[in-house]
Design a protein around this ligand. Sequence first.
Ligand code: NAP
Length: 471
Amino acid sequence: MTQLGTEGHPLRVAIIGSGPSAFYAADHLLKQAALVVEVDMFDRLPTPFGLVRGGVAPDHQKIKTVTKVFNQIASNPRFRFFGYVEYGTDITHAELAEHYHQVLYATGAQTDRTMNIPGENLIGSHPATEFVAWYNGHPDFRDAKFDLSQERIAVVGVGNVAIDVARILSLSHEELAKTDMADYAIEALSQSKIKEVYLLGRRGAAQAAFTTPEVKELDEMEESDVIVDPVEAALDPLSAAELERSQDKAAKKKVEILQGYAQREPAGKGKRLYIRFLVSPVEIVGDQQGRVSKLRMVKNELYATDTGSIAARATDQFEELDVGLVFRSVGYRGVPLPDVPFHERWGVILNQKGRVLNPDTNQPLTGEYTAGWIKRGPSGVIGTNKPDAVETVNCMIEDVAAGKTWQPSQPGRDSVEALVRERKPNYVSFADWQKLDAIEQERGAAEGRPRVKFTSIADALAALGRAETVS
Ligand code: NAP
């Protein structure tokens, strides 16, 4: 047989998922000068781009321009997109092994971490991930319900997701109406009664996970004052020493901005966004109907752990905050895929540098790889996925050179397409997606917005003249 990775015998790779790590991996594969590679990318949704579409905040359009890079990658004739085709149901692990030399799982982190405190399941206590997916028009969450008639809302965590959620809850109708947020969310948020939003950090200002531009932009909100307690924002000796030692300019700037907010008198805008530090929720308390009515919190102090990091520990002082809605934003979590080894505690696919490992032997499984959040956990910005994907692809290329790939019985491009057509005749190709993209942008232009998204699979397919699969 001719050598793998040549015109006559291309290396055939399936990528599961179509977010940033999937596209960066496809790019690095397709750029291999010494190998002819064909990439088929699968997504369970008809639309590509993962969290760039369903996670990035609607008022952060600039971040979404990364899709231009993804479009460029997708324009390679050796790239195909099979949207609305779900791994595990529409195409199985065994079928992938019949059609591809390698598979790369890039399915991200589709659920959330829990706080493990009493009351977390009360009505009105939600994962921030669901709220984000809802306002971004993710088809699975468009029917989610959030009681926005509440005046006071807590967001637990001080990462970039928490600050996104707190900001979205605090923006005015005018600010939201010019974004690509789902129409139903703009409507619901505009009707909301929100007056106060509390962001709750368990450690101090210097340890807040949100990044400096995100804290700075809060100052631009039309309708909401940012309130920080000067005592909570003050640096304790441990944090001051750590900040000095690390020479982390961005962290210093972040603390300065937070302390700047703490010095200010509120301007008297209609809403208030409070950023609190050194508090941990210990219980979400419900009313007689089982709805969230308050948050019981313990005040924390900081200490240096044996490894030198700065951690929080509870004091004996408690406080209560009357809130009607709680969003926990304490991190995303990966979801296991059928027939793929998973590390439950870490919430990632068991892997080494992107090579999926056999859990019994800890040795790489032939032909299987992973990239992005399902590989390393939910950390970093979009760009972090580029070196991460490159690391995985370099392992894939090394393994091709060593002859360690799957040996598919039907490696032809057409045979897998025939299988997909049989299973999902209504699948969405990249050209189909480009039609949907153009419609969304046209609808947006008519309203002075970047786009008006399809938020239901049925509507997106109908625009292509197809019907949804009813299972
Ligand atoms: P994250 O950055 O890891 O932040 C998680 C937050 O939850 C931290 O403040 C953490 O505090 C806190 N936390 C964890 N467990 C907790 C508990 N039991 N009780 C109270 N607080 C707890 O995660 P994320 O906000 O979900 O973001 C995920 C990734 O996406 C991050 O890398 C983020 O930068 C990125 N992202 C970027 C943007 C952007 O660039 N604009 C937007 C959204 C997301 P500790 O630090 O004390 O653990």
